[in-house]
Design a protein around this ligand. Structure first.
Ligand code: DX5
Ligand code: ZN
Length: 218
């Protein structure tokens, strides 16, 4: 499977977004990770539909919307209309995961389930055949710039095994504290998509992307 770095917009400087997005394009980035926070499921509030739909008019990245939102079924159609290409909901935020995943797929979007650090991979063993992607959160969601939680690596390995058994096409994404020091290990463990906020936007964006790719060994 193709390996992708998915920069998280949360870490960008919102005053001059367009020049930073230009740099992502130059760096051959295809997936843009969009962190939507509701102040309920997570302590912080980020951005929502108006920001995403105005970006949609100007850039053609794959929009990977990470909904850190309680009862996400309330907003799936709105994010679809705003221009999302994929929507990830949290296992912990939704009572009827199966229904919610069907709802995402009914709009033709890539469907994803995210699990918090303390949520075991084994809880996904049935739903895994129905989703396109699983996101292993490697920090407690809510903020950028946190330290990678080391046991997440074991969770990736466990998920990778489950993928072999139940859904060979599953995309494994990891989000939180990803950088040059752990990207190779994560890749070897089976991660396909690496969400990276600070490690892309802090400093020289183009160089950061190249460094991450080099560190990954691809
Ligand atoms: C955290 C968000 C992440 C975050 C990653 O709740 O889901 O996407 O922006 O930021 P870094 O890469 O700085 O840990
Ligand atoms: Zn995220």
């Amino acid at each position: 499977m193709k390996k992708n770095i998915a920069p998280s917009l949360l870490a960008a400087n919102f005053f001059n977004l367009s020049s930073q997005l230009e740099l992502l394009k130059k760096g051959d980035i295809e997936v843009l990770h969009l962190d939507v926070m509701d102040g309920m499921f997570v302590p912080s509030i980020s951005f929502g539909m108006p920001v995403i739909s105005s970006l949609r008019k100007s850039v053609d990245f794959f929009f990977d919307v990470h909904m850190m939102v309680e009862n996400p079924e309330r907003y799936i159609e709105d994010f679809y209309k705003s221009g999302a290409n994929g929507i990830t909901i949290h296992f912990e935020a939704c009572k009827h995961i199966d229904r919610c995943i069907s709802q995402i797929k009914s709009f033709g979007l890539r469907s994803g389930i995210a699990i918090n650090p303390a949520t075991p991979v084994s809880l996904l063993q049935n739903i895994i055949s129905e989703v396109d992607m699983v996101l292993i959160m490697s920090v407690n969601p809510g903020f950028g710039g946190q330290k990678f939680i080391s046991y997440s690596l074991d969770k990736v390995r466990e998920l990778s095994k489950l993928r072999d058994e139940k859904n060979k096409n599953l995309i494994i994404q990891v989000d939180g504290g990803v950088g040059v020091d752990n990207i190779k290990e994560l890749s070897d463990a089976g991660v396909d998509e690496f969400v990276a906020g600070s490690s892309v936007f802090k400093g020289d964006i183009l160089k950061n992307i190249l460094d991450l790719r080099n560190a990954m060994g691809r």
